[in-house]
Design a protein around this ligand. Structure first.
Ligand SMILES: [Zn+2]
Length: 220
């Protein structure tokens, strides 16, 4: 996934923001590096491009993404898209957090084309984020766009700001959930969703504990 951050097709001349590249060059100096050494010569340009991609969610238009992919149906069984990979950046440390996102909803006359759900996750992942907020934004957007009987989103993330800095054990991960409508009001519906996730997502039963969330990223 990360390989697509710098697609081979991107022209070398695709410089978007030289001011940002200057800042990255200065950052290298402040870190004690020599930006003129061979290995770092193109680093400001590469970092700038990578950051532009990793924050491209700010510039994405949700309606453009969903355009033509909302369908009327006479169907009210639970729709689940699970194991959606996400890659995001924590807003406290500008370090990556990444993992799996599981989305479910119960239609109320409308469905979203299945391939659009991962696109929606990308839009909210590709910006500076908190895992809690990202989880809620995905759920609220689905509610807003198709007004289903219920929406559930569970995200499991590994936070490099914790793992790399030794704040928490390396293998710990954070689970966040947003349950709206039937998933909030009806224990059986929520259980059915979580049971379906359990088989491949070992930590997911923790998401049932409400109020669930400790901060996904320690603000220090
Ligand atoms: Zn952090």
């Amino acid at each position: 996934m990360l390989a697509s951050a710098t697609p081979a097709s991107a022209p070398e001349s695709a410089i978007y923001n030289t001011q940002m590249q200057d800042l990255i060059g200065r950052l290298l100096i402040e870190l004690g590096e020599d930006p003129s050494r061979e290995g770092l010569l193109k680093t400001p340009q590469r970092v700038e491009k990578a950051l532009a991609f990793l924050t491209s969610g700010y510039r994405a238009n949700i309606d453009d993404v969903l355009n033509g992919a909302l369908f009327s149906v006479d169907y009210s069984e639970m729709v689940i898209v699970r194991d959606i990979d996400f890659y995001s950046m924590c807003e406290h440390h500008l370090l990556p957090f990444f993992g799996k996102c599981h989305v479910a909803y119960i239609p109320n006359g409308k469905v979203i084309g299945l391939s659009k759900i991962p696109r929606l996750v990308d839009i909210f992942a590709r910006r500076l984020q908190l895992q809690e907020r990202m989880t809620n934004q995905i759920a609220e957007t689905i509610r807003e766009k198709i007004n289903p009987l219920g929406v559930a989103v569970v995200c499991e993330g590994t936070h490099l700001c914790m793992a790399m800095r030794g704040v928490e054990k390396q293998n710990s991960y954070t689970i966040t959930s947003a349950m709206l409508g039937a998933f909030r009001d009806q224990g059986r519906t929520r259980m059915e969703f979580l049971e379906l996730l359990k088989h491949r997502a070992p930590g997911v039963d923790l998401a049932m504990q409400a109020p669930p969330l400790t901060a996904s990223c320690l603000d220090e």
